[in-house]
Design a protein around this ligand. Sequence first.
Ligand code: HEM
Length: 481
Amino acid sequence: MSAASVTIVAVVVASLLMVLPAGCAREKTKPRKPVPPGSFGLPFIGQTFRFLRALRTNTGEEWLHQQASTYGPVSRLSLFGCPTAMLAGASGNKFIFASSAVINKKPESMARMIGRRTIRDVEGEDHRRVRAIMMQFLRPDACKRYVASIDDEVQRHLDAEWHGRGTVAVMSSMKDLTFDLMCTVIFTLGRDGEGNAFRQELSTEFRQMVKGITAVPLNLPFTSFSKCLAASQRARRMVAGVIKERRAKLESGQSSPADDVITQMIAEGLPEEEIIDNVMLLMIAAHDTSASLLTFLIRHLDANRDAYDKVVQEQEEIARCKAPGEALTWENLGKMRYTWAAALETLRVVPPIFVINRQTIDDIEFGGYRIPKGWQVLQTTTTTQWDPIIFPDPGRFEPARFENPSAIPPYCFIPFGGGPHICPGNEFARVETLVTMHYIVTRFRWKLAAGCDGSYTRSPHLFPSQGLLIDLEPIVQERNA
Ligand code: HEM
């Protein structure tokens, strides 16, 4: 059996294990509206293998479109041992975002790695409270204050990891960068010798832990899951240490709640376990997604020279107005309209989050069908983002589509989700993406390294072949000359 097949079997077994104990509710036979059209396929297995194969072979978009064109905007299938309703189209998106009977669903392996009391797990007042705390540090006026430190962190990263290198693996580099940005800006971890050693250790534990999110949740000695769980526990202890130190500072009057998100959560009286869960979630939610966006933006600009030239022109214009060493400002970012349009187009073409998994907590009706309580609800980002009626020639990378984002029909472009759980980090993501792209395009030219074809897979996380290896040519002297 190949490694890929072993992985698929592992994911399926994991899914069965995670679903069965939770008592994934079977359809109750109340003869009201019919359940959606479609097929559950073979017992337990359903369409799971076909779905995973489509993700791995990068034909997920086609697979979802096939399901939607065969059965319409709402259909039934069985994934990971659970009856599932797939909703496609803008009205399905709107319905899911608005329905209080559809809540987030997290795989058991993820719950055991990250925790069960994160912002994703709570609803109503509990959710509003944690969200309000996070928003204090993520809303636009907060992000405005971070521009200089994001600028500093990006330059530090490129100086250390890109300058003087002939070839760079972009995905890994962007993961390191976005992890550091979170540590510096949102968690205000130090940058002295001790601080650097701490974040290095935390990053190692996180990288190990993330692998456990898709592993078979079997906590037996020597299983991959147990290693990841151990890494998660070590990471949690490190975060607990930070909380202890911040609590002491707050109690002795050396800090104020507004200083950072952890101190704010302490001041609001959140239990320690809940603070740790939310720190873990923030780290996961923030760094893989933004790293994917940056990686695939670089890949698409390489393949689309017109778009690349326009991004370079926009960024060079801004660079020309800056004194040497002068950091970017909020106003500079406001002028990077085309670069952000290219980033949005990247999110349309290759969304880091491809499907959003939810679950019904009550019977619901949609499109003339009944979706029973306990079903999974699969929301797809690409059925609208790749719909040729909404986005003509959807496979073409065309940033101009987003130069006027208000022209996009509502609920058709949903890279940041929607409803009460809409991504609170979208402004932060905008700032880090623009600052990073500014320094990359004004300091380097790049092309895919020999043997790297720019292809990618989802297994289930987005991953470019060879981590997107690029050859670099520095141009910093050119600009300063
Ligand atoms: C390109 C980058 C990003 C993308 C594509 C993205 C996408 C998403 C999506 C699709 C959701 C789920 C929304 C829903 O359930 O409808 C989400 C939730 C979330 N994201 Fe992001 N995200 C990004 C960056 C960030 C960043 C930088 C942060 C933090 C600094 C962040 C923090 C969060 C949090 C805390 C949630 C949970 C919100 C809640 O449950 O109320 N994200 N994100």
